[in-house]
Write a new protein. Structure first.
Length: 450
């Protein structure tokens, strides 16, 4: 406790860090306020059916990612997911299309060009999602005995407002990255998830307390303990590394090098992709809802896709989700880790791995290690991602079960660690003790590609 109080005092003493935290807090307030601003012309009291629709299934996850803005028919209803979907497409293009690969290798100018293309694509996706959202909203309001304002003009200006709201959320994320603490896009998602946590835990408490047969409170406490255990496992997954020893040759006075020199190691992360595969996989699963969310209002449908999306605890949904996570883990690791470049850097600095020849053999050795540790890491990541499906079988409410692993917990763990790492770097830069007494906090691969 004394260490924590002293750290808070140190944070307050650093003017730049203090300003960044305040700015982040203000931007978060703006985002949360906008989540409750209902589209013009819509009666908030007629959104009961929309709230029911977003209480279960994939719609519940979509609503959680937007911090409840989706079920509120807010100006921020489409949230940040269209931007993430566009970013996924652009990252795939940088792998498959040579012209995009060339732009990516042009440095800062190429990165800005790709980011500009990502924004254009985001607007295109929003122009598709906006009318789709309004169609679904109309169906749900009709079931509640209400209706949207008539006329084409309402659909036009509502679509423009929804698109502008989502782009404004993206802008807030970028401002948090530039002027706040942490990666802004990640932080926006984190805020949306945490905003749903109080209601989820209160519903679970009421459910346990009112359960028949007694022992409800004991069950609730056991669930909280299980939540902390899963969170600890997620932290180990995000921070786990495999150390590869490296020997750096010592330069002699005659210009030659001696193999006896500085010993070091390369920290290869077990999960080099961080939480990105989770977000990528979830964004892919959201595509049917993003393009045509009104299909979820169909009753008694025998369509396989619709039934799968309605039941996020079912076998096929979780199987496909797990496969996507494993594939995206390998894909993102291949993008972020370049064994050839690492081998060249070691050779340039007179470094070598003991027992392995410099150059191509070193690159192949690093690549083989990454392949071996990525497979178990991706499987473990997939298991934690689909854990809510198993937790729900134990009688846990759907909303609270989403925090047992799954997208929610992994994003929370990854973003919090990344934010703490940035705070610690500011403290160490100003010659204050970090947040941890032993070693530095190891962040994760965030949404920096966005």
């Amino acid at each position: 406790m004394k260490k924590l109080i002293e750290t808070i005092k140190n944070i307050y003493r650093i003017e730049d860090l203090r300003t960044r935290i305040v700015i982040t807090f203000l931007f978060v307030l703006i985002y949360r306020f906008g989540s409750f601003v209902v589209l013009p012309g819509i009666d908030p009291n007629a959104l009961t059916e929309l709230s029911k629709q977003t209480s279960t299934g994939l719609m519940a996850l979509l609503d959680m990612f937007s911090g409840g803005a989706f079920s509120n028919a807010s100006i921020f209803a489409l949230g940040i997911m269209p931007y993430i979907s566009a970013s996924i497409v652009m990252q795939l293009l940088t792998i498959a299309v040579p012209s995009f690969q060339k732009k990516q290798n042009e440095g800062e100018s190429g990165r800005k060009k790709i980011q500009q293309y990502t924004r254009y694509l985001t607007v295109g996706i929003l122009l598709l999602q906006g009318p789709s959202y309004l169609v679904n909203l109309s169906i749900q309001m009709q079931q509640a005995g209400a209706a949207l304002p008539p006329g084409v003009w309402f659909k036009i200006y509502s679509t423009i407002i929804l698109c502008a709201g989502s782009m404004f959320v993206m802008w807030l994320g970028e401002r948090i990255t530039d002027k706040g603490v942490g990666n802004g896009i990640s932080f926006i998602i984190l805020v949306g998830i945490i905003a749903r946590f109080p209601s989820a835990i209160s519903q679970e408490f009421v459910s346990c307390y009112s359960s028949q047969g007694g022992g409800g409170l004991v069950k609730f406490l056991l669930e909280i303990i299980a939540l902390f255990v899963v969170a600890a496992a997620a932290i180990l997954l995000v921070q786990g590394i495999r150390k590869v020893p490296v020997q750096y040759a010592k330069r002699m006075e005659n210009g030659k090098t001696s193999p006896v020199g500085v010993r070091n190691y390369i920290p290869l992360k077990v999960n080099a992709a961080g939480v990105m595969p989770i977000i990528f996989g979830q964004a892919i699963m959201f595509i049917p809802l993003a393009v045509m969310p009104w299909v979820m209002s169909q009753e008694n449908s025998t369509n396989f896709l619709l039934n799968m999306l309605r039941n996020t605890n079912g076998f096929w949904y979780n199987f496909i989700f797990a496969v996507l996570i494993i594939l995206f883990t390998y894909l993102y690791t291949a993008i972020t880790i370049n064994p050839t470049r690492m081998a060249d850097d070691m050779k340039r600095n007179n470094g070598f791995i003991p027992g392995v020849k410099p150059g191509t053999p070193t690159a192949e050795y690093i690549d083989s290690i990454m392949s071996k540790i990525t497979l178990p890491g991706s499987i473990f990541l997939a298991l934690i991602a689909i854990l809510p499906a198993f937790i729900s079988k134990a009688g846990v409410t759907d909303q609270f079960s989403h925090f047992f692993g799954g997208t929610s917990l992994l994003i929370i763990v990854g973003v919090v660690l990344d934010t703490l790492q940035q705070v610690e770097s500011h403290l160490l830069m100003h010659h204050y003790d970090g947040l941890m007494e032993s070693g530095h906090i190891q962040g994760r691969s965030g949404l920096s590609a966005y």
